[in-house]
Design a protein around this ligand. Structure first.
Ligand code: URA
Length: 209
C-alpha cells in the first residue's frame, strides 16, 4: 500500500487557511498555492538519491553531494494542477513539465484524455503529478493510468487538499504511488466538493466561475 505524507507544518497550514477563506481573491490564492507547492516540493524530493562529485572550491578540491540518478518530471493535471508548477520549479528548476488533461464522458463515465504532452523520456524520470484537490480520486487515477501507459514507472501524487475517499480510491488503484497532501479534510458533499475544502480550485486560481 502506498504511503500518505501529510504536511502539518505551521507555515503550510497558515497559508492553506488563507486559501480556504472565501474572501481570498485570485491573486493571493495563486500566490499561496505556489508557495505551498514550493514548501511541499522540499519534502517530496527528500529521498532523491545523491552522489559524491569532485568540486574545486577556491581553496581545495573535495567530494560533495549532488543529485544523482533519475531526473524529474512535473505533470500537472489540467487545469488546476498548473497552479502548483511554478512553486515546484523554484525547488526543482531542471525538471521537465508535462501536461495532461482528462474529463469524464457523462454518459459512459469513461475517462477521455483530451491532451497529453510528456517529456519523451518519461519512463526514466521521477514523475510528480500535481492537482490541488484530490476529491473522488477519479482524475488522478485516470491521469496516472495514462502516464503508466506511456511508460512512467515511478510516480508520486502531490495535492493540497484531499478527501479520505480520494486517498482510498487512489491507493486501491495505484498502490505504488505515494501521496503527499497538505490537508486531509472530512468528506465529499453530494456535488463532489471537498468539505470544508476551499471550493473550486481551478475557478479560484484563474478567476472564472
Ligand atoms: N475540485 C475542486 O476544485 N474542489 C473540490 O472541492 C473538489 C474537486
Amino acid at each position: 500500500m502506498s504511503k500518505v505524507t501529510h504536511f502539518d507544518h505551521p507555515m503550510i497550514q497558515h497559508k492553506l487557511s488563507i486559501m480556504r477563506d472565501e474572501n481570498t481573491g485570485s491573486k493571493d490564492f495563486r500566490e499561496l498555492a505556489s508557495e505551498i507547492a514550493m514548501l511541499m516540493a522540499y519534502e517530496v524530493t527528500r529521498n532523491m538519491p545523491v552522489e559524491e562529485v569532485d568540486i574545486k572550491t577556491p581553496i581545495t578540491t573535495r567530494k560533495f553531494k549532488m543529485l544523482a540518478g533519475k531526473k524529474t518530471a512535473i505533470v500537472p493535471i489540467l487545469r488546476a494542477g498548473l497552479g502548483m508548477v511554478d512553486g515546484m520549479l523554484k525547488i526543482i528548476p531542471a525538471a521537465k513539465v508535462g501536461h495532461i488533461g482528462m474529463y469524464r464522458n457523462e454518459e459512459t463515465l469513461q475517462p477521455v484524455e483530451y491532451f497529453c504532452k510528456l517529456p519523451q523520456d518519461i519512463g526514466e524520470r521521477e514523475v510528480i503529478v500535481t492537482d490541488p484537490m484530490l476529491a473522488t480520486g477519479g482524475s488522478a487515477i485516470d491521469a496516472i493510468n495514462a502516464l503508466k501507459k506511456r511508460g512512467a514507472n515511478s510516480i508520486r501524487m502531490m495535492c493540497i487538499v484531499a478527501a479520505p475517499e480520494g486517498i482510498k480510491a487512489l491507493q486501491e488503484k495505484h498502490p505504488d504511488v505515494d501521496i503527499f497532501v497538505a490537508a486531509i479534510d472530512d468528506e465529499l458533499n453530494d456535488k463532489g466538493y471537498i468539505v470544508p475544502g476551499l471550493g473550486d480550485a481551478g475557478d479560484r486560481l484563474f478567476g472564472t466561475k
